[in-house]
Each structure stands twice: as structure tokens, then as C-alpha cells.
Design a protein around this ligand. Sequence first.
Ligand code: AMP
Length: 416
Amino acid sequence: MTLDNYNFAGKKAIVRVDFNVPLDENGKITDDTRIRGALPTLKKILEDGGSLIIMSHMGKPKGKINPKFSLAQIKDDVAKALGRDVKFADDCANAGEAAANLKPGEVLLLENLRFYPEEEGKPVGIDKEDPAYDAAKKEMKERQKEFAKKLASYADAYVNDAFGTAHRKHASTAVIADYFDTDNKMLGYLMEKEVKAVDNILSDIKRPFTAIMGGSKVSTKIGIIENLMDKVDNLILCGGMTYTFAKAMGGKIGNSICEDDKLDLALDIMKKAKEKGVNLVLGSDCVAADAFSNDAHTQIVSCMDIPDGWEGLDAGPETQKAFADAIKGAKTILWNGPAGVFEFDNFTAGSRAIAEAIVEATNNGAFSLVGGGDSVACVNKFGLADEVSYVSTGGGALLEAIEGKILPGIAAIKGK
Ligand code: AMP
């Protein structure tokens, strides 16, 4: 079923959204992108004359009630965004009566799903090495089913619009779908858009295809790097992983961030790129700093010869140009992970050069997809989010989808 083909009039819909929004120390939302992202779906249900039950996680309360992660903090913001009152159920597993009492057009927000360990379905307080772990896991999976069944009992239809958690097989993101027949479960609009954007990258690739992978570590990106190697023409590897490559090639990297146990992996990636004819673009020069601080002294040095006591925190000018050259001619672009410590204003130039080159390529007809919290924060910081083709709300989910993995949240609705 699709959202557009479903008439919610007189029905109750339970919608999994990703309202895991960042809060300041006073519990005030600092970025409401995720709430705004879910509005088209939520409004469609209400405008049809349906009643709306909204569920989400927030933070990592690890299966315990923790007021710091209470969704009560964002109830008023959700009400404002929807332009109507929102009722609150402070126990998501005991909200049957509140849900049953909802009239058409009314909204109920459930408390944080992750206050229950059943949501994630992982046994708590027991080590993986413990001989009793497997039994505990099995028991928790049963409890997860019960929990999902309970949530399902509140509504006639289930909508999943939480792309950010689509790579997790949690009670509210996947298991719950088993309790609705095909005609009564569907993806939300945001999810549909995300799936389409990934599809654009994976099928019918317009060449050249340039992928830019940055961030702090090569280890967390290895799956996607290996997978992209079969698809891309240009692969830019930047950010902290630059120095693991530089060291692997025999360079001197000072205090730069490095994964010493991944040196062989770095060499292997270089070898594979060569074998597959992928143009691998690594940093040649960097902005080295004498401290991990925005106010540190800086100098431009070769990534292969960083003085003792200094560390590479951003891409240097020569590197920025090489990155931009590999991006500007591209027709398909994927960017995940910054080229430097962009949180410090003095180390944003590398990431900015990437973002600006992506915008230029997009203006020349390329399809550009930017995803993952930090790259999204970059394009937002540079005011360029509206100038790329698509900004994904998913970090891990986006990478897994591009790796070609089937996301449980999508499979649960659309079938395997
Ligand atoms: P990740 O979570 O792996 O995507 O990494 C994102 C983080 O990598 C950001 O917080 C950046 O500050 C950090 N990062 C990027 N370049 C460097 C660098 N050269 N040294 C240390 N951290 C970096």
C-alpha cells in the first residue's frame, strides 16, 4: 500500500517517526529538521480525517526511563508544527485507552519507545560472552514481539516514516509490521523520498560517479568504501582517514588521528582501486595544527611529512583543488563525512570546497546526495543545503542502503 492510495478517514494510524532531535541543556530543540521532515505524512493522515498516534525514540536511554530523553519535552513543538493539540501518553506500552479515545483529527504522542528494552530487542545486563546470553536473547525477542503487538493494537494502519532507524530491526521499525496486512502498512513520504534518492544513486548511474567519504575513521566506513569501489569512477577519501593512508604509505603524520591496525586495510583499498580502475583521490597537503583547537597555530604541510607535535585537521589548498576537480565533472555524487574538523571554524575550508564543488556540479545537471549527520551539518553550516539534489536524514541507514543491504524497516513493509 502507498500513503497516497490510502484513505485514513475514520481510521487510526500509528506512525513511526524519527523525532530524535537534538536538545540543549534546557530541553529546547536546537534543530527541528526531523520534525519538519515528517510533517507531510502526519498532515496527510489528519487531513484525511484520521487519528494519529506518533511514536519515536530519542537518544539512548538503554531500556530505562530517563526524563532527559522524554518526548514530553517536544510535545508542544510537535503541536505547533501540526497546528493542533497533541495529547501525550507517558507509557508507550500502556496507551491503549488513550489511543481508543482518539477522535478523527486528534493526535497522541507516545513516550520514548526506548524506555522499554523490548524496542531494541537486545537483552540488558548480560554480557555477550555469558553462556546464558543466547537464552536471554531468545526470551527478549519474544518480549519484543509482544511489545510490537501491543503497539500495533492501537491502530488500524501502520506507517513507517523513520528512515534514520530503517536499518534497525526494532519493535516499532520492523516487527510491528507483522501485525498489519499488506493493505494497511506503508512507507511515509519522507521514507519514499529517501528510497528514491538511494535508487537514483544505485540504479541508472549517470557517469562519472564521484563518491566522497570523509569523517574520522576508515574502520566505520570500510563496508561502504568496498562496495562503492565497484560502482564509482572517482573515490575521494578525506578527513581523519587521510592519515591512516599516509602512514600506511610510509608517511610521517605527527599527532594526526590514525588507526594503526588499519594500515594494511588502507594499502588493500589502494590496491583494489587500482585493479578496478577507480581514480582514488587522497589528500596530498593538509592544514596542520599544533593543538586540537580552533585557535591552534597552523601551517600547510604535506600529508606525508607532518612535523612532530602537529596534526592534520583539514585538507590543504592543493588537496581542495584535486577534490573539487574530481567533483565538478561528475554527474552522480555521494558525500558522506567531512574533510576536516569542520566543527572548528578555522578548519572548514576542505569541507567547504567539497560542498561548493558539489553545488557547481549540481547546477550543471549532476544528481547529488549528501547524507550522514556531519556532512548534513556541513551543508547547513555553509547555507548550501538547498543547492544539492537531496539531503538524506539517514546516516547509518543511508550507508547500509547504498551498500546494497536490505533495510529491515523497508523490507517489513514492502517484502524482501
Ligand atoms: P565520523 O563520525 O566518522 O563520520 O566522523 C566525523 C568527525 O570526523 C567529525 O566530528 C570531524 O570533526 C572528524 N574529523 C574530520 N577530519 C578529522 C581530522 N583530520 N582529525 C580528527 N577528526 C577529524
